[in-house]
Design a protein around this ligand. Structure first.
Ligand SMILES: [Fe+2]
Ligand SMILES: [Fe+2]
Length: 162
């Protein structure tokens, strides 16, 4: 059993994960438009991963016998100044998500809700990975300078993600 307050907070997090999916799909659309098909593929896969994060929480709320309520998803940013601007926005967004997950853990602890605290541990580790991924992309873009042959190679590398 989980509290009403926790249920509401988890429903909010489902929305945040779905927004992440929508944001990364919008980034992918912009990258396709810029003919960066490797980057576009990477961000589409990332959008799918975010959808699966939402579903993990969705199933947990169901398993706890509480009700999932899906609300409107905000419109994502559609225009970017550069590929680096995309990656910087990704990092900024993931830091926000990390803070949201940390707040959920805090609430679980306040409520002595051990089940939810343990459930959230996976997300804590996942956020370390997500921030590192975004940082790596920024570092690589800084190395190659966002254009030319380096960009061609990096786009290929990004497209190798399965
Ligand atoms: Fe996520
Ligand atoms: Fe991930």
């Amino acid at each position: 059993m989980i509290s009403k307050k926790m249920t509401e907070a988890l429903n909010k997090q489902i929305n945040a994960e779905l927004f992440s999916a929508y944001l990364y799909q919008a980034m992918s659309a912009w990258l396709s438009w810029k003919n960066l098909n490797g980057f576009a593929k990477w961000f589409t896969l990332q959008a799918q991963e975010e959808q699966s994060h939402a579903m993990k929480i969705y199933e947990y709320v169901n398993d706890q016998g509480e009700r999932v309520i899906l609300e409107a998803i905000d419109a994502p940013q559609t225009d970017y100044a550069s590929v680096k601007a995309v990656a910087e926005e990704q990092l900024k967004h993931e830091k926000k998500v990390t803070a949201l997950i940390n707040n959920l853990v805090k609430l679980a602890r306040e409520e002595k809700d051990v089940a939810t605290e343990i459930f959230l541990q996976w997300f804590i580790s996942e956020q370390v990975e997500e921030e590192r991924n975004a940082e790596e992309i920024i570092n690589k873009l800084e190395m190659i300078g966002d254009k030319g042959p380096g960009m061609y190679m990096l786009d290929k590398e990004m497209g190798a993600r399965e």
